[in-house]
Write a protein that binds this ligand. Structure first.
Ligand SMILES: Nc1ncnc2c1ncn2[C@@H]1O[C@H](COP(=O)(O)OP(=O)(O)O)[C@@H](O)[C@H]1O
Ligand SMILES: [Mg+2]
Length: 242
């Protein structure tokens, strides 16, 4: 088992004459945390879908768990996706006519192995045990997000992709959700990859990557030294993220 869980080399995504990903290379190691930032429309969700095996790239190599999935059949990709990857979608994507617990169990059902004890553990860790039998329509945004996180972790993935996991939450709930994701990451030693526009989050992550013009580049680490006074000539944020 190598330390690298995921290695992407020179990924391209083209749609018509548009190039969304223009040679993206990235390595994600076990038990790490990565924040991906970029302007709206820069291709962050597209990148997640490729790294998480939901969509194949137009070109490039993707190796997950030492398996070159760019060469694999859709059947193999689906199996690796189920076993290795957990997704927290920006819009939750819960199924309306399933209860919270049934929603969280969906990845286990796909795999054909229901693990009730692990679902109990997740629901307790996420403080949603009392909501297990409720339907999504009766849950708040923060509660839905926690059910979505339980579902993402249902198969004990090695890597979790969370697309704007706090985008629809009030600041207090957003902090709670982030705390939960980091707490679960520590316990499960998984890789956590988060898309967020919130620059204040950056210092919590091992590293920050910026997607811009189809290219993904590492950003300098966030300094803990807060300057006493910021020069007025210096723009507060070089890029306006949203
Ligand atoms: N299914 C699709 N078909 C065609 N174009 C798409 C599709 N999804 C996204 N796009 C386009 O790809 C670009 C990147 O989108 P996206 O990955 O959603 O960006 P982000 O998540 O950074 O906001 C945008 O120009 C968007 O309009
Ligand atoms: Mg997006």
């Amino acid at each position: 088992m190598t330390q690298n869980l995921l290695q992407a080399d020179d990924l391209f995504i083209r749609r018509g004459d548009q190039t969304i990903l223009d040679g993206v290379s990235v390595t994600i190691s076990r038990n790490s945390s990565t924040l991906i930032q970029g302007l709206s429309g820069s291709g962050k969700t597209t990148l997640f879908n490729v790294l998480g095996l939901l969509n194949p790239p137009s070109a490039g190599t993707l190796i997950i768990d030492d398996i070159d999935v760019s060469e694999s059949s859709e059947r193999t990709r689906a199996r690796i996706r189920r076993e290795t990857v957990g997704f927290v979608f920006q819009d939750f994507r819960l199924i309306d006519d399933l209860t919270a617990r049934e929603n969280a169990a969906v990845p286990q059902e796909h795999r054909g192995e229901r693990d009730e004890a692990w679902l109990d553990t997740l629901f307790e860790a996420l403080a949603i045990t009392d909501l297990a039998d409720q339907y999504p329509a009766t849950l708040s945004g923060g509660e839905k997000q926690r059910v979505a996180i339980a579902r993402a972790l249902a198969n004990k993935p090695d890597i979790i992709f969370a697309d704007e996991p706090t985008g629809q939450l009030d600041p207090r709930t957003a902090t709670q959700v982030l705390d939960l994701l980091f707490g679960l990451r520590d316990q499960m030693e998984m890789a956590l990859v988060v898309i967020s526009h919130d620059r204040d989050l950056a210092r919590r992550f091992d590293r920050v990557l910026l997607l811009n013009d189809g290219e993904l580049n590492e950003q300098p680490p966030v300094s803990d030294d807060v300057p006493a006074e910021r020069s007025s000539a210096e723009p507060e944020h070089p890029l306006t993220l949203q």
